[in-house]
Structure formats: structure tokens, C-alpha cells
Design a protein around this ligand. Structure first.
Ligand code: MG
Length: 209
């Protein structure tokens, strides 16, 4: 399955309309400092992370990202950004193309908690996709459950997180949270960002309607 350029589902909220950052703010609620060009959102280094005005509980999220080509850089200095689910759990964005065994800081990792199952990365300057199925913590859980696809490959299979990752907006794990994108100083781009909220439970009706 390739989810590249996937159209939003019927009930999805498009968080980036390709034209402006009206749905986004900085962490402290100021206007987002990133720029939009050619229907793509570009990190402007040192303007800070941006987060959606809308907050979500359980959801399905799709987005696409592109890392710059930084041949002289390595490790965490190579095309770093991040996608924070509910503002609390970072899925790493990094140029990890070609690594045999990605670790807990590489692209697709849930930062410092879960390494991706496989290296699904495309080369820098190519567009890549993340699709995330997010189930928030239920009573007593330490963290949410995630299933993540990168470029259509499963990289996390219903993992239960032990808690928030570093640089989370807060530790209020039972509350809805925004989608947050990280400014780590590198020229990463994003596009086609949408979220479909999921009902916390299904109907208890038995009789077909
Ligand atoms: Mg990062």
C-alpha cells in the first residue's frame, strides 16, 4: 500500500490547506513563523515548533515530509524535525536513508522509546509519508497505543508507549492534544496534513438499522 498523496478521508480535517498557516501557532500561541511556498510548509529555523489549533483524542493522521540533502551532516544533525502526536509523543523525522538497523533516535522512531521495525526511509529530497493510528490512554494506561506506517510500510505495530517523549508540551496524557511539528534547525518541509478524529467507542446497538 502506498499512501503517498493520499486524499483526505471524508471526515478528515485538513490541517494545512496549502496556502497559509492559519490553523497553526507557536507553542505559546503566537503566529507560526514557518513559511508556505508552492503549497508546501517549510521550517524556518529558529522560529520554533508549530502546533495545530485543533486538539485531538483518538485519530488517524496522514502527512508527508521531505528532508533536505545534508551530505556533510550525520546523526541527529541530518535533516532533523519531528511529528509530535497530541504534542506529547515524537515520531522522529531525520535523514536515516540507507541505515541497516535504525535505532530509537532514527527516522520513524518514537523518540527514545521504540525503534522502527524496518528502515522504510526514502532518500533525502524525496517526499515520504506517515500514517498514524493513535489510541489515547484508557484508565490507568501509562501512554497511548500507536500503529505507524512510513511510506506504506508498517514501522510500529500497535505499540503501547510508556509515557511522553522528550520536549512534550505537557504530561496531561488523558487530555486531547494538538499535532506539533518540530523546528530542529533543519530545512524540512511538510504537506498534505490531515487528521480524522476517531470515536472513542463504537455503538452498543445490536439491531441493524
Ligand atoms: Mg526530532
Amino acid at each position: 500500500m502506498d499512501t503517498f498523496e493520499l486524499a483526505p478521508s471524508a471526515h478528515a480535517t485538513r490541517l494545512f490547506n496549502g496556502a497559509d498557516l492559519s490553523n497553526w501557532t507557536t507553542r505559546d500561541g503566537q503566529p507560526a513563523g514557518w513559511k508556505v511556498a508552492d503549497e508546501v510548509m517549510h521550517v524556518v529555523p529558529k522560529t520554533g515548533d508549530i502546533m495545530s489549533r485543533q486538539r485531538f483524542n483518538d485519530f488517524y493522521m496522514h502527512l508527508e515530509f521531505r528532508c533536505p540533502d545534508m551530505p556533510e551532516a550525520s546523526g541527529q544533525a541530518k535533516g532533523n524535525s519531528g511529528v509530535f502526536l497530541q504534542g506529547r509523543y515524537e515520531i522522529q523525522v531525520l535523514d536515516s536513508y540507507g541505515l541497516d538497523i535504525p535505532g530509537m533516535g532514527d527516522c520513524g522512531a518514537i523518540y527514545n522509546q521504540c525503534a522502527p521495525l524496518v528502515n522504510a526511509c526514502k532518500p533525502p529530497t524525496e517526499w515520504q509519508s506517515y500514517d498514524v493510528f493513535f489510541r489515547g490512554p484508557r484508565d490507568g494506561d501509562a501512554g497511548p497505543r500507536l500503529t505507524v506506517l512510513q511510506n506504506g510500510q508498517v514501522i510500529h505495530n500497535n505499540v503501547e508507549l510508556p509515557g511522553v517523549t522528550g520536549a512534550a508540551i505537557d504530561e496531561a496524557i488523558d487530555e486531547a492534544g494538538p499535532l506539533l511539528l518540530q523546528d530542529h534547525g533543519d530545512l524540512v518541509c511538510y504537506r498534505n496534513i490531515w487528521v480524522e478524529e476517531l470515536a472513542l467507542v463504537g455503538s452498543d446497538t445490536y439491531e441493524p438499522r
